[in-house]
Write a protein that binds this ligand. Structure first.
Ligand code: BG6
Length: 369
């Protein structure tokens, strides 16, 4: 039930910290990530995988994109993300050393289910990341890592998305351990940081009132753009999708590096642009490139709202609004940066008097192809 909340979505956003905590729980043993469900595939199999394809639709595909950066960096396996309906019909190259990982909150999305069956028949190993116990996709897969976000009622995904990213971090760290691609100290540091994330998510939720105010001011926007780079790129895509789904505003997410290859033509006076700024502690170079992007769009009149880590003063001279997130390992930033964007979309839809739990034309799970 909604309890005292104005909507299921409002309630589910506040459950983000639990979604992370409950997904991690029991999967860090003696300081190291250990996901028993993955061991079921066999450590030899996990060591032999030479390609991972993440398949999903909608929000889950953006969780997959975040996961692709983490798994590739930590486990040194080539990882790509494909939309289930594109994967299924493109005649993909699949071998027994291919691991196809499906990501689905409901476990019933027909496009993803058909893609999983197809992958299995083509000889791939299949792993499901799913939030719904006993649903169809896990039953059709070789192994399943459940996310523990709890039931998600609002059509637009929030806490399940954050739990999906968390599960993909766990997969990446488990593989990094089994394949010895990460040093023991690094495995332990990342596992510890993962356990510290829920408290940081709770901290970000405090941006709620300020973000709600911003959404009110922006409720007559015709279009909103989102920029991100590296693991911030999928978050830009997710921020845009949330706004489309909930507030029916034209919104687009771009990789910040693409700006000069086209999207900068869209920048006009007063155009709102959210920028997810990568941590300077990750790559100082990437950080400085994104700061340059901010200067470029500001010079053309954009209204810039930045999401940056606490203490990043470099963005202040060029930002109209700053939303700060706590410090975390740069790979974990998506989980923090997405929260204000979830709140923004919900509040803007609310300010327009729209039904945030049941947006028009959408269904929680699409069980037709
Ligand atoms: C869409 C929903 O139709 O399906 C999205 O509206 C969701 O919110 C997508 O991300 C995928 O759903 P699932 O259950 O497979 O994660």
């Amino acid at each position: 039930e909604k309890g005292g909340w104005s909507s299921f979505m409002a309630k589910e956003i506040t459950e983000n910290p639990d979604a992370v905590a409950n997904t991690v729980r029991g999967r860090v043993v003696d300081g190291l990530v250990n996901v028993p469900e993955l061991s079921e595939l066999g450590d030899d199999v996990l060591r032999g995988i030479n390609r991972i394809i993440l398949i999903a639709c909608g929000t889950a595909s953006y969780a997959g994109m975040v996961g692709s950066y983490a798994i590739e960096a930590w486990a040194r396996i080539p990882v790509e993300v494909q939309l289930s309906h594109e994967f299924r019909y493109r005649d993909p190259v699949i071998t027994p050393e291919t691991l196809v990982v499906s990501i689905s909150q409901s476990g019933e999305t027909m496009d993803t289910l058909m893609a999983v069956k197809f992958a299995r028949e083509a000889g791939a190993r299949t792993l499901s990341i799913c939030n719904t116990q006993g649903s169809t996709i896990p039953r059709e897969s070789d192994a399943v890592v459940y996310t523990h976000a709890g039931p998600e009622v609002a059509v637009a995904s929030t806490k399940a998305f954050v739990a999906q990213i968390t599960a993909l971090y766990l997969v990446g760290l488990h593989l990094g351990r089994v394949r010895s691609t990460l040093a023991d100290a690094e495995l332990r540091r990342l596992a510890r940081e993962l356990q510290e994330l829920p408290a940081k998510v709770t901290e970000v939720l405090k941006t709620g009132p300020a973000v709600a105010q911003l959404a009110k001011w922006m409720s007559d926007s015709q279009a909103v753009l989102f920029l991100g780079r590296n693991v911030g790129y999928p978050i830009a895509l997710e921020g845009a999708l949330k706004l489309k789904e909930l507030a029916y505003i034209h919104a687009e997410g771009f990789a910040a590096g693409e700006l000069k290859h086209g999207p900068i033509a869209l920048i006009d006076h007063g155009q709102p642009v959210f920028v997810v700024v990568p941590s300077p502690r990750g790559s100082a170079l990437i950080h400085s490139k994104v700061v340059s992007n901010i200067q470029e769009i500001r010079a053309r009149g954009a209204r810039v709202i930045v999401i940056a880590e606490l203490g990043d003063a470099s963005v202040l001279p060029y930002a109209d609004e700053v939303i700060t997130i706590p410090l975390a390992d740069p790979m974990f930033e998506p989980i923090l940066a997405v929260i204000p964007l979830q709140i923004f979309a919900m509040e803007l839809a609310d300010a327009k008097g729209l039904d945030v739990d049941q947006p028009r034309n959408l269904a929680k799970s699409v069980t037709v192809e």
